[in-house]
Design a protein around this ligand. Structure first.
Ligand code: MG
Ligand code: MG
Length: 307
């Protein structure tokens, strides 16, 4: 497989500084070499340069770094579309606001290929606020609302060429959501496998259901992986820890099943804040999980393919 690593040193969307060091931490943890060891053809395209910010005046005075985030969204949508022509792009973040761009660009790529487009959102949070509803003003809480075409972004964010259909999106690991957000997600029609469902059914059943849907439709899948999907005791390097996340075993299982499906066409690794890490522990774990997604197996055994 051809894989292109793209650094997206975005930190303007998070509530604290440090995510701009994420791409460097993934490189120091040996992501490129680990993927090459699996036999992949890996190119590191370097970092996307911080674009010149726009200047906006928005009635919601809580918003932080709107002009910077919009400029990143444009630059990353462009990078995602271009780099996905003949390779699987892996975006090394950077805070989660970067997905506004990467998902928009990949949706455009899917349309160019004539394929339905799906998104798997691995996160403690739904990131479904709009520019109007966010009270923290941290724009890493807004990308899903943007790329699914919810109102409130017009006139600021780039006009979406291809909005993601909410029903083509599944969120897993959700465990920090207020009642208004929960209602909005349900009304939009996004599939959610929250921690309650995962506790009751296990993590495999909802994931397999979603992957079967994609395989049946002949679709392509973008995976957006927020560090806080994981249990904070194994992945401390994130500014938004929420207890009760996916365990080491659950996370590896998700990655291996994703690999077996053959459906993943792009990946975001987001919210790694090396400043909060413990001797690179989280960067190594995220790297390890990425290699699982790209084919590393702990044990060799027959697997089932969806493709
Ligand atoms: Mg997130
Ligand atoms: Mg999160």
């Amino acid at each position: 497989m051809k894989i292109t690593l793209i650094g997206a040193p975005v930190q303007e969307g998070a509530g604290r500084l440090g995510c701009d060091m994420g791409p460097a931490a993934f490189r120091a943890a040996g992501l490129a070499g680990a993927l090459r060891d699996l036999g992949h053809d890996v190119t590191d395209a370097g970092n996307v340069s911080p674009p010149v910010p726009h200047t906006f005046d928005h009635p919601n005075k809580a918003l932080k770094n709107l002009g910077e985030t919009v400029a990143w969204t444009e630059a990353l949508a462009y990078a995602a579309f271009n780099e996905s022509k003949d390779a699987v792009p892996v975006f090394m973040g950077g805070d989660h606001s970067l997905s506004a761009g990467t998902v928009a660009g990949m949706a455009k790529r899917a349309k160019a290929l004539g394929k339905p487009f799906y998104v798997l959102w691995l996160d403690a949070h739904t990131d479904f606020h709009s520019l109007v509803t966010t009270t923290s003003g941290n724009l890493h809480g807004t990308p899903v609302a943007y790329f699914t075409g919810q109102p409130g972004f017009e006139g600021y964010f780039p006009t979406l060429e291809v909005p993601v259909k909410p029903e083509n999106m599944c969120m897993m690991g959700i465990r920090s959501v207020d009642p208004a957000e929960r209602r909005a997600i349900r009304e939009a029609g996004i599939q959610v496998a929250d921690m309650r469902m995962i506790d009751e059914e296990g993590i495999v059943a909802p994931l397999r259901r979603f992957l079967k849907e994609i395989a049946d439709a002949g679709g392509m899948l973008h995976v957006s992986f927020d560090v806080d999907f994981l249990e904070p005791s194994i992945a401390p390097a994130v500014g938004t820890t929420v207890p009760g996340g996916a365990t080491f075993r659950e996370a590896h299982l998700v990655m291996e099943i994703l690999h077996d499906s053959g459906l993943v066409s792009s990946l975001d690794l987001v919210e790694l804040n090396p400043f909060l890490d413990d001797r690179g522990r989280t960067a190594f774990l995220m790297t390890d999980l990425t290699t699982s997604l790209m084919g590393k197996q702990v044990m060799d055994r027959p697997t089932r393919s969806y493709a």
